[in-house]
Structure formats: structure tokens, C-alpha cells
Design a protein around this ligand. Structure first.
Ligand SMILES: *[C@@H]1O[C@H](CO)[C@@H](O)[C@H](O)[C@H]1NC(C)=O
Ligand SMILES: *[C@@H]1O[C@H](CO)[C@@H](O)[C@H](O)[C@H]1NC(C)=O
Ligand SMILES: *[C@@H]1O[C@H](CO)[C@@H](O)[C@H](O)[C@H]1NC(C)=O
Ligand SMILES: *[C@@H]1O[C@H](CO)[C@@H](O)[C@H](O)[C@H]1NC(C)=O
Ligand SMILES: *[C@@H]1O[C@H](CO)[C@@H](O)[C@H](O)[C@H]1NC(C)=O
Ligand SMILES: *[C@@H]1O[C@H](CO)[C@@H](O)[C@H](O)[C@H]1NC(C)=O
Ligand SMILES: *[C@@H]1O[C@H](CO)[C@@H](O)[C@H](O)[C@H]1NC(C)=O
Ligand SMILES: *[C@@H]1O[C@H](CO)[C@@H](O)[C@H](O)[C@H]1NC(C)=O
Ligand SMILES: *[C@@H]1O[C@H](CO)[C@@H](O)[C@H](O)[C@H]1NC(C)=O
Length: 257
């Protein structure tokens, strides 16, 4: 064989070995790539709501609403995901209904699905009271709602029984304390909104420690619903934990490139 045909053969081999690993034919591998929603990069245990169920751990699903909001639905409420920390298993979320208009919040308490999430440590519970019949003197925690009377944002009121009598309903909302504003007059709706906009942290319960090794080996994490266990989707097929180390030829070509 001449030198040039050897060279061609080398190029040809290089081409094949290089192409196969980079494209990846296995469908679950292709379809479970991490995705970006706004400025959040989302990955296992969460799956995009339009992706196959095998891309996520059961119960963990996010909606990439219109491309720039990351939304989590839980117990009839929608939450905007502000931040995600995979290594600490933390999501920072805020109630979308209250973010839009605190006067028209869904009359539902902020309750987590306790088989999926826990509250993270540093937060307080505020209670939002609605439809209140209250005195005309300024009240530090009071805000007014155009269509439905006064509301109260109470987090140091105890017991809040007085408000329970004055108001038609209440919902509790976890928040991270940031503002110590003036307490002499009514609080504005915007201030309440700003406090709630800051969100609160929840931790996810699913053990995702297997995912780290799968990702490191070039795989994409997934879940086999039939076998009810973790699955590592690699370019060729699914493996229980990690993708096999690449072959010698592949390794050499990768180094050469
Ligand atoms: C909590 O999440 C689990 C897993 O998705 C689900 O099976 C269960 O029905 C949820 N609980 C409630 C009260 O919605
Ligand atoms: C995306 O976010 C920008 C800035 O916050 C906003 O103006 C825009 O309306 C959003 N787009 C959609 C589709 O929600
Ligand atoms: C929220 O929970 C509190 C006590 O935990 C209760 O008094 C209140 O009625 C609940 N609100 C709604 C809207 O269910
Ligand atoms: C907030 O309220 C929830 C539900 O009532 C309760 O489980 C949790 O312990 C409260 N957290 C704090 C910090 O008071
Ligand atoms: C509270 O609810 C009752 C009965 O639904 C209603 O008659 C009353 O006007 C409401 N109060 C306020 C302040 O909206
Ligand atoms: C506080 O709210 C009450 C009831 O909504 C209103 O009558 C009063 O004018 C407000 N006071 C101030 C200082 O905004
Ligand atoms: C998660 O699973 C791994 C491997 O199965 C195990 O070693 C680890 O202890 C688990 N971690 C927790 C917090 O359960
Ligand atoms: C991940 O890989 C490391 C090194 O091979 C191993 O020590 C560790 O046990 C693996 N973690 C899990 C959860 O299997
Ligand atoms: C899940 O496991 C079953 C049984 O081993 C297998 O037939 C199926 O292809 C697996 N699904 C995925 C998405 O890997």
C-alpha cells in the first residue's frame, strides 16, 4: 500500500471513530440532554415537561414557560424557579401567583409535596391575610387590595388570632427575611411583592448521587420506570451506573484531536 492510501485509510478510520462517539445514536441519550430555561441550566432529577418521562426521576418536572421562566408545579400551585444548585440539591422558588399580583393569589397554603421536597433551613413563614375588615388607622403589616379590601402580611404577629377574626382567609408563605422597612405606616403591595420575589429554598429528596458519575463518564442521567431504578444513558445504550471507558482507538483519536 502506498503512503497516501495509508493516510487515506487513517483519515477514514479517524472519521468513523470520531463521528460515532460524538453523535450518539441511542435515542434516550439524545433526548435527555440538559436544557436551558432562561438563565437556569436544568438537568436530572428534573426533566423538561415536553421530554420523555425516562429523562427524570419520578415527580421532578419543570416547565420552560415561553423560553425564559422555569416553572415548577406542585399541589395546584406554580412556582418560578429562581436558582438551582445541583450539588446541594437546592431549588430557590417563589410563588408565581403572588409574584403576578399579591391581591389575587390563589387561596391555597404554600405546601410542599413532602415526598419530593423539604424546606431548606433559614426561612420564616409569613401569613398573608385577605379580605379583612380592619380599623382605619395605619397598620404596619397592612396593604390594600383594589377589589377585595385590606390584606395583611404578618410574620411577627403572634398570636395572629385577631387577624383570623378580621379576615376571611389566610395563606402561609415561606420567605427569606431581607427587608427591615419602616413599620409606622401601611406596607405597600410592592414591598410585599419584593419580599416574596426573593423566594425561599427547598431541597429535593431524590438521591442523585449516581448521576454525577454517569455524567462524568459522558452519559446522561435517566430513570427506568419499568425497573424503577437509575439508568445511565450512553451513546450506544443504557447502563446501570456509568458509560464504559472508550476503546483504545477512540482514546487515541481523541488525544490526537
Ligand atoms: C407527591 O409526589 C408524588 C411523586 O410524584 C406523587 O405520587 C404524589 O401523588 C404527590 N402527592 C400529592 C399529595 O400530590
Ligand atoms: C422573557 O423575559 C423578558 C424579560 O424579563 C420579558 O420581557 C419577556 O416578556 C419574557 N418572554 C416571555 C415569552 O415570557
Ligand atoms: C392555611 O393554613 C392555616 C393553618 O395552618 C389555616 O388556618 C388556613 O385556613 C389555611 N389556609 C387555606 C387557604 O387553606
Ligand atoms: C412553616 O409552616 C409549615 C406548615 O405549617 C411548618 O411545617 C413549618 O415548620 C413552618 N416553618 C417555620 C420556620 O415556622
Ligand atoms: C367575608 O366572607 C363573607 C361570607 O362569604 C362575606 O359576607 C364578607 O363580606 C366577606 N368579608 C370581606 C371583608 O370580604
Ligand atoms: C392604610 O390603609 C388603610 C386601609 O386600606 C387606608 O385607609 C389608609 O389611608 C392607609 N394609610 C396610609 C398611610 O397609606
Ligand atoms: C445515595 O445513594 C448512594 C449510592 O446508592 C449511597 O452511597 C448514598 O449513601 C446515598 N445518599 C443518601 C443521602 O441517601
Ligand atoms: C462514583 O465513582 C467513584 C469513583 O469511581 C466511586 O468511589 C463512588 O462510589 C461512585 N459513587 C456512586 C454513588 O456510585
Ligand atoms: C428499562 O428496562 C427495561 C427492562 O430491562 C428495558 O426493556 C427498557 O428498554 C428500559 N428502558 C429504557 C428507557 O432504558
Amino acid at each position: 500500500m502506498s503512503c497516501s492510501s495509508l493516510f487515506l485509510l487513517f483519515i477514514f478510520t479517524l472519521h468513523i471513530h470520531f463521528l460515532v462517539p460524538t453523535s450518539g445514536k441511542f435515542l434516550p441519550f439524545q433526548r435527555c440532554a440538559p436544557f436551558v430555561c432562561g438563565d437556569q441550566k436544568i438537568s436530572y432529577p428534573f426533566k423538561h415537561n415536553e421530554r420523555p418521562s425516562y429523562c427524570g426521576y419520578p415527580g421532578y418536572e419543570l416547565d420552560c414557560d415561553g423560553g425564559n421562566l422555569t416553572l415548577l408545579s406542585m399541589e395546584s400551585l406554580k412556582y418560578q424557579v429562581i436558582h438551582m444548585d445541583s450539588s446541594e440539591q437546592i431549588l430557590k422558588v417563589t410563588r408565581l401567583d403572588l409574584l403576578k399580583d399579591i391581591c389575587r393569589g390563589t387561596p391555597v397554603n404554600t405546601t410542599l409535596n413532602s415526598s419530593l421536597f423539604n424546606y431548606a433551613s433559614h426561612y420564616l413563614n409569613a401569613t398573608l391575610f385577605y379580605n379583612c375588615n380592619s380599623p382605619s388607622t395605619p397598620q404596619p403589616d397592612r396593604f390594600s387590595c383594589p377589589a377585595s379590601g385590606d390584606g395583611y402580611f404578618a410574620f411577627k404577629v403572634d398570636p395572629p388570632s385577631k387577624l383570623h377574626k378580621l379576615c376571611n382567609f389566610s395563606v402561609f408563605v415561606p420567605f427569606i427575611p431581607i427587608l427591615e422597612g419602616s413599620k409606622s405606616a401601611n406596607i405597600s403591595r410592592d414591598t410585599v411583592r419584593d419580599i416574596l420575589k426573593n423566594g425561599f429554598e427547598i431541597t429535593w429528596i431524590a438521591n442523585t448521587s449516581l448521576c454525577e458519575n454517569c455524567t462524568k463518564s459522558g452519559g446522561r442521567c435517566g430513570y427506568n420506570w419499568t425497573r424503577q431504578e437509575f439508568s445511565c444513558f450512553c451513546r450506544d445504550k443504557a447502563y446501570p451506573t456509568t458509560c464504559p471507558a472508550p476503546s483504545g482507538m477512540y482514546a487515541r483519536v481523541t488525544v490526537a484531536n
